[in-house]
Ligand binder design. Structure first.
Ligand code: ZN
Length: 123
C-alpha cells in the first residue's frame, strides 16, 4: 500500500471492507481486489470527538464513521475529520503527512507510519 491510496478490499463475492482483513468479514473468502476510495466522497454516518487522546495525538480528536458508495455497494471507514461535521454531511478524504507528532510518541518513530487520511467537509 502506498501513502496516497485509501483502499477498500474486495472478495470474489464483491463484498467490500475497510481496512483490509485476511478474510472477508461477511463470507470468509480471501480478499483479492482493491478499490481506491481516495478520490471519492462519503457521507458521515456518525461522529464523535475524543477528548483524552494518547500521547502525540491531537486533542480533541474528532472522528467520524463515513460511508462510501461504490456502485451499488457501500463501505464504511473510521477516520479523523479536519473540521466539525454533522450526520449526513458529505466529506472527502484528504491526505495528511503526519497524523501524529512523531517527536512525542512513546514508540520508535521508525516503525510507525504517520501519514494517512482525514475527512474534510465538502461545500
Ligand atoms: Zn465476501
Amino acid at each position: 500500500m502506498t501513502d496516497d491510496e485509501l483502499l477498500a478490499h474486495e472478495c470474489p463475492n464483491s463484498h467490500l471492507s475497510y481496512p483490509a482483513h485476511a478474510r472477508c468479514p461477511e463470507c470468509g473468502q480471501e480478499q483479492t481486489e482493491t478499490v481506491d476510495l481516495s478520490a471519492q466522497t462519503a457521507e458521515v454516518i456518525t461522529w464523535t470527538s475524543v477528548g483524552a487522546s494518547p500521547t502525540g495525538v491531537r486533542e480533541p480528536n474528532p472522528l467520524a464513521i463515513v460511508e462510501f458508495t461504490v456502485g451499488e455497494r457501500t463501505v464504511r471507514a473510521l477516520g479523523g475529520t479536519t473540521a466539525d461535521v454533522d450526520v449526513g454531511d458529505t466529506v472527502e478524504p484528504v491526505f495528511v503527512e503526519q497524523l501524529r507528532d512523531p517527536d512525542v510518541s512513546i514508540r520508535a518513530t521508525e516503525s510507525q507510519s504517520w501519514s494517512g487520511y482525514r475527512f474534510a467537509p465538502v461545500e
